[in-house]
Design a protein around this ligand. Structure first.
Ligand SMILES: Cc1cc2nc3c(=O)[nH]c(=O)nc-3n(C[C@H](O)[C@H](O)[C@H](O)COP(=O)(O)OP(=O)(O)OC[C@H]3O[C@@H](n4cnc5c(N)ncnc54)[C@H](O)[C@@H]3O)c2cc1C
Length: 428
């Protein structure tokens, strides 16, 4: 068995042969007897883990559409995919863009080899849509900062080793200008994570309380007061990733708390193949469309004219979404609003898939869990479907952004932009 070959992976910039090169690399490197830690390390060393990152950040500098092709080959070969989660999706590209070379070397390797999981410490009880109104403060203390405040809705906060933290470092400046962006270590006395239970029955997110938590000066990403700009890079990656949907990988959770590194990758693949439906809501794409239409046939529901109409509307929406994603990946056609449009599509598709599936199974849809006769993911989706129109910025906020940044409409009038944060009215 050959070891990970960085040089051959680096040649993947030739787009005509990307598929073949990735397939060859998998042939040489995939071994079901590897531990997850060993496999992820090989993937990280090859650059195929996150190929759209620049080479100095551990990627191959590929375009988004080339990177997607790499991901498809990994998914098609049914190997374990790159370490999923917010470190991979958000922290890695943000630090690659705004971090110093030293910060890139410090944080990126342990994201790409799955050793550390990250969470996003942005939203607060009084700062969600109005994120720039956040009140968590970071105060200088020698060569470090002391952080005090509360975050909420922190996805995977209980499983994270590190947090992307937005905190106010100067309250005398207007609200967008007094924020800084930090890489915060979650395991320290000043950080308390309180998991919350969702209506799906799961614990996906947490509240995070910080009381004099410590973060070093050199863990600030971007300059002091640059947090709004850096945070917007994170949000842009969040919106485009949510809108693009999932590649359908076999996944294992990263980070020290999940602790999967010593598992044999062959066992992870086998467990995934036996799990016909995962415990989570399914991805809303063509595969789910095919599954639901098949279910409609099996349950003899295809004569229902309303259901037929809803199914064809769903299909149309999926096709239009695909065109929007294609445009997003083509620099000649891109207009700038595609990520927000894709995020709106994702929220709408969740609602439509929910409604279609409930119309197919009717009252059965009220039954959650594996005892359900039809498909347990229907109940899961029904309970989850309202979340995508909130997380990553609500539907209304996507529309505001499209209006202001893409269509050039005037911003809402208000004192926000120029008034010191201390002088702005606040809730709570
Ligand atoms: C499943 C899930 C996971 C999440 N994970 C994370 C995470 O990991 N990290 C994190 O930091 N956050 C996370 N969030 C939080 C998410 O980003 C916020 O919930 C979201 O930004 C909305 O903020 P809010 O809940 O405070 O609602 P609010 O901002 O109070 O909004 C309430 C309503 O008012 C509307 N509204 C507000 N302002 C305007 C306006 N100017 N114009 C028009 N309408 C407006 C909104 O659209 C919404 O309908 C998560 C949320 C969910 C549901």
């Amino acid at each position: 068995m050959a070891s990970a070959d960085t040089a051959s992976a680096g040649a993947a910039a030739d787009t005509d042969t990307i598929e073949q090169q990735v397939a060859d690399w998998i042939d040489d490197n995939w071994d079901p007897d590897l531990t997850l830690g060993e496999w992820w390390q090989r993937l990280a060393d090859s650059g195929y883990c996150h190929p759209s990152l620049p080479t100095e950040a551990g990627g191959l500098g590929l375009s988004q559409s080339e990177a997607l092709r790499v991901m498809r080959i990994l998914a098609d070969h049914k190997v374990v995919g790159p370490p999923p989660g917010l470190g991979y999706m958000l922290a890695a590209p943000t630090i690659a863009e705004h971090g110093t070379p030293e910060q890139i070397q410090r944080y990126l390797p342990s994201i790409l080899n799955g050793r550390q999981a990250w969470c996003q410490l942005f939203s607060e009880p009084n700062a969600g849509s109005d994120l720039a109104g956040l009140q968590t403060r970071a105060t200088p203390d020698g060569g470090e900062w002391r952080v005090t405040g509360q975050k909420v809705w922190t996805s995977q906060g209980h499983a994270a080793d590190m947090g992307m933290l937005l905190a106010r470092t100067d309250a005398d400046l207007p609200k967008h200008r007094g924020i800084s962006y930090f890489a915060l270590e979650m395991d320290q006395p000043g950080v308390e994570v309180r998991p919350l239970k969702e209506m799906t029955g799961r614990t996906f997110f947490s509240e995070v309380f910080m009381e004099d938590a410590v973060v070093a000066d050199d863990a600030m990403i971007g300059g002091k007061g640059d947090g709004w700009r850096v945070g917007n890079t994170t949000l842009a990656h969040e919106r485009s990733s949510i809108g693009a949907g999932s590649a359908g990988f076999i996944m294992a959770a990263p980070g020290t708390k999940a602790g999967h590194f010593d598992r044999r990758v062959g066992d992870i693949v086998e467990a995934a193949s036996k799990r016909r439906v995962g415990g989570h809501a399914p991805g809303v794409g063509m595969k789910l469309y095919e599954r639901w239409t098949q279910l409609a046939r099996e349950l003899d529901r295809t004569d229902d004219p309303v259901l037929r109409q809803e199914i064809i509307e769903l299909y149309t929406l999926l096709r239009v979404n695909r065109l929007n994603l294609q445009r997003a990946r083509d620099p000649r056609q891109r207009t700038g609003g595609e990520a927000n449009i894709a995020k709106l599509f994702d929220a709408e598709l969740h609602r439509r898939f929910r409604d279609v599936s409930l119309r197919i199974v009717q009252a059965d849809g009220m039954l959650a869990g594996r005892s359900m006769a039809t498909d347990p993911q229907i109940a899961e989706l029904a309970l989850h479907a309202s979340a995508p129109s909130i997380y990553g910025g609500s539907d209304q906020i996507q529309k505001n952004i499209l209006g202001e940044r893409t269509l050039g409409l005037p911003k809402e009038p208000g004192p926000d932009r120029d008034t010191p944060f201390t002088e702005l009215p606040k809730n709570g």
